[in-house]
Design a protein around this ligand. Structure first.
Ligand code: SF4
Ligand code: SF4
Length: 113
């Protein structure tokens, strides 16, 4: 079995709806104070011609993310992965996730220290 440090998260942000459920799930799991958490969802606004705008949501884990070690030790998925209704977050080994990363653009692979 791979060591904890060999696991990570793959985030397919093309399908992220910006619902913030991952952020809330992490806060509920660990009792984070407002403004803190293991994952933050950023809204990126790109202004386009003719008063139009293009919105992108980019969830990114922070240094407070512990990859849900207490959950994964019990065979559960991380709280954020479990509650993401879009299914755009995957937990796995870095090797597995690197292979999935090759399948399509607009994904982010995050690995803890
Ligand atoms: S893996 Fe766990 S600790 Fe990390 S962001 Fe997701 S819910 Fe928070
Ligand atoms: S729960 Fe999923 S869809 Fe919602 S903001 Fe987080 S990554 Fe995006």
């Amino acid at each position: 079995m791979a060591k904890q440090s060999e696991y990570g998260l793959l985030i397919d942000y093309e399908y992220c709806t910006g619902c913030f459920t991952c952020q809330i799930a992490c806060a509920q799991e660990y009792g984070w104070e407002p403004g803190m958490g293991g994952i933050r969802v950023q809204e990126i606004v790109q202004n386009l011609p003719k008063d139009k705008a293009y919105l992108t949501y980019l969830p990114f884990p922070t240094e407070l993310c512990v990859l849900c070690k207490p959950r994964t030790k019990k065979g559960l998925k991380p709280a954020c992965v479990t509650h993401c209704m879009s299914g755009c977050m995957t937990y796995g080994t870095i090797d597995e996730l690197t292979e999935k990363l090759k399948e399509k653009p607009r994904q982010v692979l995050w690995a803890p220290k």
